[in-house]
Design a protein around this ligand. Structure first.
Ligand SMILES: C[S@@+](CC[C@H](N)C(=O)[O-])C[C@H]1O[C@@H](n2cnc3c(N)ncnc32)[C@H](O)[C@@H]1O
Length: 236
């Protein structure tokens, strides 16, 4: 079992239950309102779980590397499939939509180079399963360029420090890098929507590291933004 699967198997109960009422005032609600509306009637593949507050009336197949996370999705009526975003164990191309919600920053490897290469692999793999004209949706947490440069340079050290707590490395990308990755993979009409919530304030106390619930800091110290990117597989 990989380090990432083990980590998410351990986190599954806590992750699902800690979201609670806060969802309604968060970036999750902004994203869910768009996706629940735009994906209605389509065949949807979610990679790395569904988006939070997904409409369970939708036709949802969910791939994840964690069996424990999949169990919760199956209980909510979704079709669970154990697999990795970089080599999806599903035949294609038959999906109208492929959604990757808050997952790409977890597919990292040993450092920044692996993390960037994994994003490119995952968006290419997504294209294989989309029907012509189908859409890839990416929900992500993004950082400004200077923070990204520091994050990439420090990734080996960050990996070692997180490793002390058995937490796999996380790398947040820039909006620009994500958009470029979609364009380079051949997606058309690529755009990015800001999904920050007006209810999330700079002085809120947040737990920035999943797996370290005791670490709480003001949002001000975490210079991230929320985005929903979309690109279309070229038609025939
Ligand atoms: C932060 S959780 C997001 C869960 C859900 N999508 C959401 O928005 O709340 C990250 C999820 O990505 C999954 N994951 C991590 N690496 C993955 C990979 N390479 N392929 C598929 N899923 C992966 C984890 O098991 C975990 O369920």
């Amino acid at each position: 079992m990989s380090e990432v699967s083990r980590f998410w198997n351990e986190q599954a109960d806590g992750y699902q239950s800690q979201l609670g009422d806060w969802i309604e005032r968060s970036h999750h609600r902004v994203t869910a309102d768009i996706l629940n509306r735009e994906l209605e009637g389509g065949r949807v593949l979610c990679v790395g779980g569904p988006w939070v507050a997904a409409d369970t009336e939708l036709d949802l197949t969910v791939v994840d590397v964690s069996l424990a996370m999949l169990r919760a999705y199956a209980a909510a009526g979704m079709r669970p499939v154990l697999g990795d975003a970089r080599r999806l164990p599903v035949g294609g191309p038959s999906f109208d939509h492929l959604v990757v919600p808050l997952v790409l920053h977890h597919i990292t490897g040993r450092g920044g180079r692996d993390a960037r290469s994994n994003v490119r692999t995952a968006v290419r793999e997504a294209m294989r399963l989309l029907r012509p004209g189908g859409k890839l949706w990416i929900q992500e947490i993004v950082v400004p360029g200077p923070i990204y440069a520091a994050e990439l340079a420090l990734a080996p050290l960050t990996r070692r420090l997180l490793g002390l707590k058995r937490i796999p490395l996380v790398v947040f990308h820039t909006d620009r890098f994500l958009r470029r990755s979609l364009e380079e993979a051949g997606y058309e009409r690529v755009r990015s929507m800001v999904t920050d919530s007006p209810h999330e304030k700079w002085h809120d106390w947040i737990t920035p590291v999943i797996g370290l619930p005791e670490l709480k800091i003001p949002r001000l110290l975490v210079p991230v933004g929320y985005r929903l990117l979309v690109g279309e597989r070229p038609g025939e």
